[in-house]
Design a protein around this ligand. Structure first.
Ligand code: SF4
Ligand code: SF4
Ligand code: FES
Length: 319
């Protein structure tokens, strides 16, 4: 089956900016051929200068992440014919949210800096180094250990797209690997650092990282565990934790989210004033029902019962 590959390329060749252009290659695709094999065939038979990263060809090394028909994928783990039949196209581009260096090769320096920032190794104390890793303790960090550092999650991250300083899902999944380890001795300090600006609370929970991770690491799940652990550890003096408390309060009191009151509780009075134009815009689009127009829901006592039941269960658990 002859398939047309459209590849977004760029060649800095001494220039500062790498100007992108599209090039078409026709490839005779066989059953079972992967996108990586197709790229190797193109490099072999049509253009030896076509540049891309690869190594293991077995979805282990994480080198060959790129955009295939608009989403981050491993080229060695994506078969050409099923992909083409599903999407009706074969558009290959460099990984999003990463600066292209040449053709499909992108700059991974920011990725590694973010990983570095979360101190990607255990820092036990004398006491915690003797902790026994039970099967249950191992299960808590198991998924985060599957990461192959491919960057597919960061490539699809909405928060990273608007804020390049956002720590991003790959580093956050790695952070849980150590915060969640019973042998770690500095979890509280780590959680405080992760709660700073551009940290774990800046994730908007779009789920893209979990959806597109080829190793099922579920980065969003690891982020939720970090957040929950931070709140339990009393790391509450930051907008993210205040927002969670404001949400819970609002639902308990009126059975729905009171966005205006939540903004004041999350950001404080002065910073909230700057949000008024944005709030009015949200209101115009029906995204911020005003509490005096939509008061407390009917049967609020049913909501309160859920909270009471939850608080009872929590007390029982704590003994
Ligand atoms: S869920 Fe959060 S971390 Fe994951 S891709 Fe979306 S914004 Fe990024
Ligand atoms: S979490 Fe998944 S998508 Fe992200 S770098 Fe690790 S393996 Fe790749
Ligand atoms: S070549 Fe190693 S993950 Fe694709």
């Amino acid at each position: 089956m002859k398939i047309k590959f459209r590849i977004r390329r760029c060649n800095p060749a001494g220039k500062e900016a790498c100007e992108p252009y599209a090039q078409v290659f026709n490839v005779e695709a066989e059953e079972g051929m992967t996108v990586l094999e197709a790229l190797l065939k193109i490099a072999d038979e049509q253009d030896p200068a076509l540049s891309f990263r690869k190594s293991c060809r077995s979805a282990i090394c994480g080198s060959c992440a790129m955009n295939i028909n608009g989403t981050s994928k491993l080229a060695c783990n994506t078969q050409v014919i099923p992909e083409y039949k599903k999407m009706g196209d074969m558009l290959i581009e460099p990984l999003s949210n990463h600066r292209p260096l040449k053709d499909l090769i992108v700059d991974f320096t920011p990725f590694w800096r973010k990983i570095d920032k979360v101190t990607p190794y255990l820092t036990p104390t004398k006491k915690t180094s003797e902790a026994v890793v039970t099967a249950e303790a191992e299960a808590a960090i198991d998924r985060s250990q599957r990461c192959i550092m491919c960057g597919c999650c960061n490539g699809m991250c909405n928060s990273l797209e608007i804020d390049e300083r956002f720590i991003a899902p790959a580093a956050l999944a790695k952070a849980w690997r150590f915060v969640g380890d019973v042998r770690e001795g500095h979890s509280a300090k780590r959680l405080e650092r992760l709660s700073e600006e551009h940290g774990m609370w800046d994730c908007v929970r779009c789920v893209h990282c979990t959806q597109h991770c080829p190793k099922d690491v579920m980065p969003l799940k690891q982020i939720e565990m970090l957040r929950s652990r931070a709140m339990k550890a009393g790391v509450l003096d930051n907008p993210g934790a205040r927002h969670v408390e404001a949400m819970a309060d609002s639902v308990k009191k009126i059975g729905r989210l009171d966005e205006a009151a939540m903004t004041f509780k999350t950001l404080g009075f002065l910073r909230s004033l700057g949000m008024i134009p944005f709030g009015l815009k949200m209101e115009r689009h029906g995204k911020m029902p005003l509490p005096h127009i939509f008061p407390q829901i009917e049967k609020i006592e049913e909501v309160k019962k859920i909270y009471e039941e939850f608080e009872r269960a929590l007390k029982k658990k704590k003994g």
